[in-house]
Design a binder for this molecule. Sequence first.
Ligand code: SAM
Length: 268
Amino acid sequence: MITADVARQIISGARKVSVDLGLTVSDVCVNGDTANLLGHTVSVKDLEEVAGRENAVFFPEGNSMYQVAVSSARFYKLVPTAGAPTLEIDGVRMHRTKEITPDEDAEEKLEILLLKKGRALDTCMGLGYTAIGALARGAEVVVSVERESPVIRVAEMNPWSRRLFGGEVSLLLGDSFQIVDALPLGFFDWVIHDPPRLNHAGNLYSEEFYTKLYRVMAEDGRLFHYTGEPRSKYRRVDLQRGVQRRLRAVGFRGTEYHPDIMGIICEK
Ligand SMILES: C[S@@+](CC[C@H](N)C(=O)[O-])C[C@H]1O[C@@H](n2cnc3c(N)ncnc32)[C@H](O)[C@@H]1O
């Protein structure tokens, strides 16, 4: 994986760089107009091109460089940050990246949930940072649902998502709104509900969906619901109040909005 920053480092003479988006450091060997990165030969001309492409991640294959992106009905791409990369879908970032990295974002969500051992449902997989974080915190069962197959393809290419595909997470491809109906009653101790914004996933903010989540949760199970930060101050208040009202209407207790994390915690 090569970013603009890594390409510039190689061009300016660095001989140790990270080719897995900051997880490890590897040797790079430059000979004339090519560079050798972990057995891949990359031309300096291609590196110069990548050096001018911020907000994108590339990988070498054969004699060419390709972007970690999938173009279908929508455009999905990996975007580097100071930590784990984020996923952009049609230009909308799927993690908080302002003064925080996506891996920190996931960790804060799990920390406020107090997630530890038990069974966790992750309704919106994305790059899987919340699912992987749940494993790291001791969850024995992690079920993660993703509606968009291009997201899974991007995650497969992302070094920070590797643990998703090691057999510890049960990955379900489909719409959480329907899939949750097929999950067992009272099974999950933890639910991480990290949906896209309301205008992109209205039904995941509905009373009907909260009823479905309530059904699959164990007594005293805890839910984290990311609500985000819609632009208008007044809309934000309305959104959070509306979500809390609907959560209470289906039976959740102790709903509390956490402005620093931009999400709601509650209990069954
Ligand atoms: C904000 S991201 C989740 C980020 C994730 N928690 C992580 O750690 O990377 C939301 C994800 O939910 C997916 N999604 C949207 N609607 C969905 C649905 N109805 N069911 C399941 N996944 C959905 C999107 O494709 C996107 O990948």
